[in-house]
Design a protein around this ligand. Structure first.
Ligand code: F6R
Length: 627
């Protein structure tokens, strides 16, 4: 069948294997799926394996629908299980298209993340051989092929190698089979897969969040590898079946960080986690003399001294962190710095040489556009430093060095604490380069670091003022459009404020550079139009502050209602504002860390006031693992 094919996009995957038949496999898998829903929530499904064979349940809709189905149709005790939560890229999220997909004879079950690009060809071949399909997915093709190979070889890992060799595109596949109840097999090409190591049990996950509640010992897998887990062993091979070594790592996330901890939503919790996210990202990166040390930067100092250009590549919120980084890095290091959306960078003829340093920013480390940008840059001889939050992720593994953000697991789909941690990490990178290249004196670096050390407490102060911001948001819940203005580092803050409002509250929102206003956007201003303005510190050396006050006057004169984010003590703004959201005094370059917080709280509160699901906004998935 051709035509509308439903393709598994960026999905959450978990596999579990243990010794005895019990309810544990199912409970581990369901718990993991609740953590993994940020990867997709169009449908969910599980399959368990015991001596009698495969037993599965799958359901369109969020995990609650699967839970209800399982309550009505309980699955038997089992020794292994596989679960999937799906974000579809094409076609309807139906029960039939939900994973797992079983072969028609029920011999194997498969879950999948990615896109099998040659699925049409393979489907035709299978149809010619008499196969009957029961879904529109590309995944079902893999289930059919795997069953055939399994009947031929009698061994699931061997069968998986044969199938993986035939597939094109990006995929993570997990499979189980009747007759092999103590074994789960995975294969990966480009899409993510990591192994969790337990005692008498093992795990496979699309990222470490899948098993972080069970173990912090993990294995990274490389490209084009097949992994087989049993209760007591893990073996990794290439697609030809040749053994390969996998690298051990320890997950330093606290499992309790992935629960709501008394908050109504992950989003609120993660906004409250932000002082810790910044503090933890700064932790352990300064020597006794206040000298910055980034031990993990495995790029030679001589190379870092020789670079003549930096290009930051990222998407979405991470790209806004990159915009902030540009202001700081250029100011501190005097290295020309560009910021480019990863998908734009990848498909144009960007000038990249061996003296270009690429900084790839990504929370998940799995954003396909960013992965492709990293690969493209490395092919051209550039060095890549990844600023990543997720250990064992593809971007961390494929870059020359990874500078980890320590935001902990971010579960809400819209990014908050990872953004602050990304900004913090790129400040550290900028200061490190300035220290190394001698563009700042040691005491200047120390002074900025000491200011940075004070930001967690300042962020906390903003969070403590949340009640007033929430009341403002509730009063504005009928608003149809909100504009955000900023200058300098306030510009990316404005864009991030707008993005948060769009994705959480489904309201039209746009962020502008305030100076650009008169070049067009001011035509949008009408009576009653709400406009947030991010006002820079009046203590800055330049005229930024006064310039933005003029911009506020310009929009007010045309009927705008101005909501101003300003530094405590900046009395001058009060006469320009319907409402001032005060933030603690912070040096201009570091101000985004505090200035964005009221905008995050506002967007979250407005969406909640509208009764929307702030953790899982419509149409989104957290890690965008397809291009
Ligand atoms: C917005 C948001 C996205 C991500 C973007 C990149 O709230 O979360 O814009 O920032 O999809 O994701 P990562 O950082 O995982 O590469």
């Amino acid at each position: 069948m051709t035509g509308a094919v439903t393709v598994a996009g960026m999905c959450g995957i978990i596999g579990y294997v243990g010794h005895t038949e019990s309810t544990r496999p199912l409970s581990v898998v369901m718990e993991a799926l609740s953590r993994l829903q940020y990867r997709g929530y169009d449908s969910a499904g599980v399959v368990v394996v015991n001596q009698s064979g495969l037993h599965h349940v799958k359901k369109a809709g969020k995990l609650a629908a699967l839970e209800a189905e399982l309550a009505a149709r309980p699955l038997p005790a089992a020794s292994s299980a596989v679960g999937h939560t799906r974000w579809a890229t094409h076609g309807g999220p139906t029960d039939a298209n939900a994973h797992p997909h079983l072969s028609p004879d029920g011999a194997v079950a498969v879950v999948h993340n990615g896109i099998i690009e040659n699925h049409d060809l393979l489907r035709q071949e299978l149809l010619n051989a008499g196969a009957v399909f029961s879904s529109q997915t590309d995944t079902e093709v893999a289930a059919h092929l795997l069953a055939r190979a399994y009947h031929q070889t009698g061994d699931l890992p061997d069968a998986m190698c044969l199938v993986a060799q035939r597939l094109e595109g990006a995929f993570t596949l997990l499979a189980v089979a009747t007759g092999q109840p103590h074994l789960v097999v995975g294969a990966r090409r480009t899409s993510p897969l990591v192994v969790g190591l337990g005692e008498g049990e093992n795990f496979l996950g699309s990222d470490v969040a899948a098993f972080v509640a069970q173990t912090n010992r993990a294995l990274e897998l490389g490209q084009d590898q097949v992994v087989t887990i049993t209760p007591d062993s893990v073996s990794v091979t290439d697609f030809a079946g040749q053994p390969v070594e996998a690298k051990h790592f320890t997950v330093d996330w606290d499992a309790s960080a992935a629960v709501k901890g008394g908050f109504a939503t992950f989003m609120e919790k993660e906004i409250h986690d932000q002082p810790d996210a910044v503090r933890d990202t700064l932790l352990g990166r300064t020597g006794p003399q206040g000298h910055l040390k980034l031990d993990e930067l495995r790029v030679s100092e001589s190379l870092l001294r020789s670079i003549d250009k930096i290009i930051v590549v990222a998407c979405g919120t991470a790209a806004y962190a990159g915009h902030v980084a540009k202001y700081a890095i250029e100011h501190w290091c005097r290295i020309p710095t560009e910021v480019e959306l990863a998908h734009e960078f990848r498909y144009r003829d960007a000038i990249v040489t061996e003296k270009t340093l690429i900084v790839a920013i990504s929370q998940s480390g799995e954003t396909m556009d960013t992965i492709q940008a990293v690969r493209h840059a490395r092919e051209q001889g550039a060095k890549v430093i990844a600023v990543v939050n997720t250990m064992g992720s593809t971007i961390a593994r494929e870059s020359d060095a990874a500078l980890y953000t320590h935001a902990g697991p971010e579960v809400a789909v819209a990014s908050t604490k990872a953004f602050l941690a990304q900004i913090t990490a790129t400040y550290l990178l900028g200061l490190y380069l300035a220290q190394l290249r001698g563009t700042m004196f040691a005491d200047e670096v120390r002074a900025v670091l000491s200011e940075l050390d004070q930001t967690p407490a300042k962020i906390q102060t903003v969070i403590e003022s949340e009640d007033g911001i929430k009341a403002l948001a509730s009063a504005m819940k009928e608003t149809k459009s909100v504009l955000f203005l900023g200058r300098h580092v306030g510009f990316p803050v404005a864009m991030e404020g707008a993005l948060k409002l769009k994705e959480l509250a489904y309201i039209h929102a746009e962020g502008f550079a305030a100076g650009e206003l008169k070049h067009g956007p001011i035509a949008l201003i009408d009576q009653g139009q709400p406009v947030f303005v991010v006002v820079p510190s009046p203590r800055g050396r330049d005229a930024l502050h006064d310039k933005i006050l003029s911009n506020i006057e310009e929009v007010r004169a045309r009927g705008a209602v101005t909501l101003v984010v300003a530094e405590e003590g900046d009395i001058a703004v009060t006469e320009f504002a319907e409402r001032v959201l005060w933030v603690p005094q912070t040096p201009t370059l570091l101000a985004p860390l505090v200035a964005v917080v009221p905008l995050q709280i506002f967007a979250c509160a407005l969406a909640s006031a509208k009764g929307l699901d702030v953790d899982q906004p419509r149409n989104l998935a957290k890690s965008v693992t397809v291009e």
